[in-house]
Design a protein around this ligand. Sequence first.
Ligand code: HEM
Length: 601
Amino acid sequence: MLAVDGAFKAPSLRNVELTGPYMHNGGMLTLDQVVEFYTRGGDFHEANAANLDARIAGVGRLVGSPTNRANVVAFLKTLTDDRVRFESAPFDHPQLFIPNGHPGDAVAVINDGTGKATDALVEVPASGAAGSCVGVDGTPHFACPVCGDNKVNQASEQCDGTDSVLCPGACRANCTCPPAPRCGDNLVNQASEQCDGTADAACPGRCRADCTCAPAPVCGDNTINQPSEQCDGTDSALCPGACRVDCTCPAAPPPPPAPGTVVATVEADAMVNAATPVKNFGATAKLEVDASPVKHALFRVRVSGVGARQVTSATLRLQVSNLLNSQSVAGGRLHAITGCAWDEHTLTAKTQPAIDGPVLATAGAVALGQVVDFDVTGAIQGDGVYCFALESPSADGVRYNSREAAAGKPQLLVGVGSQTTTTPPPPTTTPPPAASAAGTVVADTYVQSDLATTNFGAKPVMSVDNGAASNPGTTGVQHTFLRVSVSGVGARLLTGAHLKLQVANVTNAGSVAGGSIHAITSCTWDEKTVTWATQPAIDGPALATLGAVAAGQVVDFDVTSAIHGDGVYCFAIDTTSTDSAIYNSREGTGQHPALVVQVTP
Ligand code: HEM
């Protein structure tokens, strides 16, 4: 608004709301700015003072009154014709193409085929008689469908407020339905869900794929799922089928008795403790043997069924308890005793029988759960009742399972021959010709302490050494293991068994000591996999010990006492010497290990 005469035309204010920007130069974007402009009396007031109408000095009622100014703007907006706003008749129009110059540049344009420049056209889309649902200024038409009118009336709407058949009561502000609740959306939003992925408050860390909580791990759920579980019911890879109710595996079961042995009955066992001289321990599941305080274990065994046959071996087999500290540096000394009338339920240290027989067998260091065999062959002559006492010279007590333990109870294994000890029955018929008895070395290998996970099963030689002591780091302790099979003995009496090994013809194969051979109870090792770390325990006493051996020499280990008849037997050779002995193995080119057995005709 300038009062310079005739300088500007006063435009129509009809539909002014829709015609911004305003003024001849588009200098004001909004009607508010225009009203503000008039309120302050226009621009360039001073510069144009000479030409200004004297009455122009701001609009007094608007100065200082935002309300009045807003009312003026509101009034200006009443000048808008909605038919213009929504392009409805009579202000509708057909589709229009308006020439908008010619494609090309300053030098050339494109020939339209008639010698004229091709037109560039701008399309103004048709506007129908009903007009548009969106005004030229973006205002939605009150009669047109919108998201928010509580009616599903647009293609884009799945629902609209209260109109929500697809998702009753759950329509979102943008007129779409939320995705159906499903197991996997990390929301507990269905009756069937106890949890859902990360929404696992009900069972942290145990939500299953089906949105139910896995039961809390317990011993008894047939799954190894707690650090305390070695096994759990049927989930028992460590001890198949033998898992205990507390989810631990029992110690390895004692090996089955060798063929040809009978298991006699340990009918009573007891322990006595000098520290509690009138106390009876007959009902306890353990037998303790100790030098301080003095504790003895006593055993009564009943042998029957031997009849006229000869007892060829007898072994009292005990198992060290799995309870903490049951192991010891000393497994105890076993004596045959004559006092055999005691009652395990009344026996005390005060009433115990005298240990009046010599030591039959001594056990060295024993480990938790270890099966310990005491050779009592010398004390058992045939059917009858025998008593034994076990004492220890060591103050490091050992604890064995008793008859009252759940497993690993004392056993007496008696090997019998077929021969009568008195007069053999005269043959009534001609016996079939006996097959020749034969021994075969079926596996041999050695293990070495400084290569604890190396297997030497394919080596042509086997070594025995206590080397680490004198030559640490260069060669370790070496044990040789052999498995032999005896067949063809049948019912005959085996009178001799000799393991023949040849000292290898290599440098330093000879030794001042050929080693000590032990019968061992573990006979399931594999010569192709066994290592120092997995070697079987050398749990039998030395059967034979060799002195000096020379390269090429065939040496003889007498193992008669360990072999009772047909079957498979295992042996270990160790040494106390740091001068290693090296023998040819089954895999070597020299003379192979052999077992020579002799039987009665
Ligand atoms: C409060 C009262 C007034 C209001 C609300 C008003 C409103 C407007 C508006 C909205 C425009 C811009 C129109 C457009 O660009 O489409 C305008 C321009 C104009 N008005 Fe006013 N006006 C008022 C008073 C006056 C008076 C008193 C005069 C004359 C003495 C006047 C003369 C003009 C002229 C010449 C223009 C065109 C200016 C240009 O193109 O730069 N107006 N007015």
